[in-house]
Design a binder for this molecule. Structure first.
Ligand SMILES: Nc1nc2c(ncn2[C@@H]2O[C@H](COP(=O)(O)OP(=O)(O)OP(=O)(O)O)[C@@H](O)[C@H]2O)c(=O)[nH]1
Ligand SMILES: [Mg+2]
Length: 447
């Protein structure tokens, strides 16, 4: 289907219809990547294979070149590109998938040299996001990111997409969503569309802000789960709160934020699960998902969920990738708690290795429930510092203030006296002054 982007109509990104998935499965990719140092027993293209699998593309073969940096014109060196021709023949690959984002020039040159379509890491991730976006907001965000990506490639796109389509009949990775309409349009129309999408997203953002403000006024601690895709964030949200959020062994299963609450020692906590991060996460996505990621940026506490069962190298890379996305989002100043998940997959020795050098980190298994109580306690402790003990005497005719206290403090200790209700509670420092007039210990008077 070809959409015309000139109007303000926001069409959802085309979802898979029956059969599309099969067509895509016929795609067999030769996965390529550049390594700065010899890989040794590392598996440098493991993640790219996983991304391709999630996108429904089979990996037919792999090629890695060790060089300090990719060649600016051809990504690989000339000699290595020649080798790839033989590799494509041998493996029957009908697509080349590159582990890095390619400059349009690199893409064109590889295609010219190998005569098969080339897709890069960013296009694959955008395609997966397009596939996994369910909410109206998610679809708008993905479409915006795809348009931004395509706009930068507009000059080459005319021939590029035609060739992609011709080489593979129809459908397939890199041709869905706005990609199709780009062929018939020009830069100006694409820009108009981008502005329209941005306007729509601003409205969504404002609505989200209203909801957030309502939650904030209740002073319930807000916890955000952040982490590499597939670390087990959604599983952990379900385990902590009993929510029924979808879980999947594919990458980027969750795109829309979900917030649920749980209670611990009488105090409610709000937990938000949202989109996972990845190494070299396309910046167009971080930009487009701003509203979604806002939940993380404004959380009182960020729980950084790490898959403890991944090999140490990949784990360190995943942790670093998450830290850098948090930084890019401007969330690196939020209090953070490191949580190693999937403990059930580890033996005793591996469990010990995990927490060495990570004091304060908590180990859990979202699957078996192991460590969840420790995690709840660690979360409670993180908020403890923001609470103040107050001792109040609330007159009987101040019933409304008393219910306000209940709402804020959750658990409180009350005793009826002749003058009023004596209340001992722990309330957030930020609101303690609101009850100063009832204070018996004076503590709430100076906040
Ligand atoms: N063995 C084991 N598997 C787990 C555990 N937690 C999650 N998993 C599995 O890991 C995979 C990913 O889990 P999700 O909860 O979907 O991960 P996520 O971090 O939400 O992933 P995205 O939404 O893609 O970012 C699923 O197959 C889960 O069943 C755990 O504690 N132990
Ligand atoms: Mg998830």
């Amino acid at each position: 289907m070809v959409e015309s982007p000139e109007n303000d109509r926001i069409e959802p990104v085309q979802s898979d219809e029956a059969g599309v998935r099969n067509r895509r499965a016929r795609q067999r990719a030769l996965a390529i990547g550049v390594c700065a140092r010899p890989p040794g027993d590392r598996d440098p293209l493991a993640e790219l294979r996983e991304l391709l699998r999630t996108a429904g593309v089979a990996t037919a073969g792999e090629a890695v070149q060790v060089r300090p940096a990719p060649d600016p014109d051809r990504y690989f060196g000339r000699g290595k590109l020649d080798e790839l021709k033989g590799e494509i023949k041998r493996t029957g690959a009908n697509l080349v998938a590159c582990d890095d984002e390619l400059a349009p020039r690199q893409e064109r040159n590889i295609e010219a040299a190998l005569d098969v379509p080339v897709i890069d890491r960013t296009a694959i991730i955008l395609d997966i996001f397009a596939d996994h976006a369910h909410s109206a907001e998610g679809k708008l965000q993905v479409e915006l990111a795809q348009l931004e990506y395509n706009l930068a490639r507009m000059r080459g796109l005319w021939t590029h997409l035609e060739r992609l389509g011709a080489g593979r009949m129809d459908g397939g990775i890199g041709t869905r969503g706005p990609g199709e309409s780009q062929i018939e349009t020009d830069r100006r129309l694409a820009r108009d569309r981008i502005s329209a999408l941005r306007r729509r997203l601003t409205t969504v953002e404002q609505n989200r802000g209203v909801m957030r403000a309502r939650r904030e006024s209740s002073h319930t601690p807000q916890v955000a789960l952040a982490g590499y895709t597939n670390a087990g964030k959604s599983t952990l949200l379900n385990a902590l709160t009993g929510a029924g959020v979808g879980v999947g062994s594919r990458l980027f299963h969750t795109l829309d934020p979900t917030t649920r609450n749980y209670e611990h020692n009488g105090r409610p906590y709000l937990v938000t699960d949202t989109v996972g991060f990845i190494r070299k996460l396309p910046h167009q996505l971080v930009e487009a998902f701003k509203a979604t990621l806002e939940e993380t940026r404004l959380a009182d506490l960020i729980i950084h969920v790490v898959d403890g069962s991944t090999p140490v190298d990949a784990r360190a890379a995943a942790i670093a990738a998450v830290n850098s996305v948090l930084e890019e989002m401007g969330a690196d100043d939020r209090p953070r708690l490191l949580v190693f998940n999937k403990l059930d997959l580890l033996d005793d020795e591996q469990r010990t290795d995990l927490v060495v050098g990570e004091p304060g980190a908590v180990g859990v298994s979202a699957d078996t429930g192991e460590g969840l109580e420790e995690l709840r306690t660690a979360i409670e402790k993180a908020f403890d510092e923001t609470l103040r003990e107050v001792d109040l005497l609330v007159p009987y005719d101040e019933g409304a203030r008393l219910s306000e206290l209940y709402e804020i403090a959750g658990d409180l200790d009350r005793k009826e006296t002749a003058e009023g209700v004596r209340v001992r509670a722990r309330i957030p420092v930020a609101v303690a002054h609101r009850f100063a007039e009832f204070s018996l210990n004076g503590a709430s008077a100076h906040s």
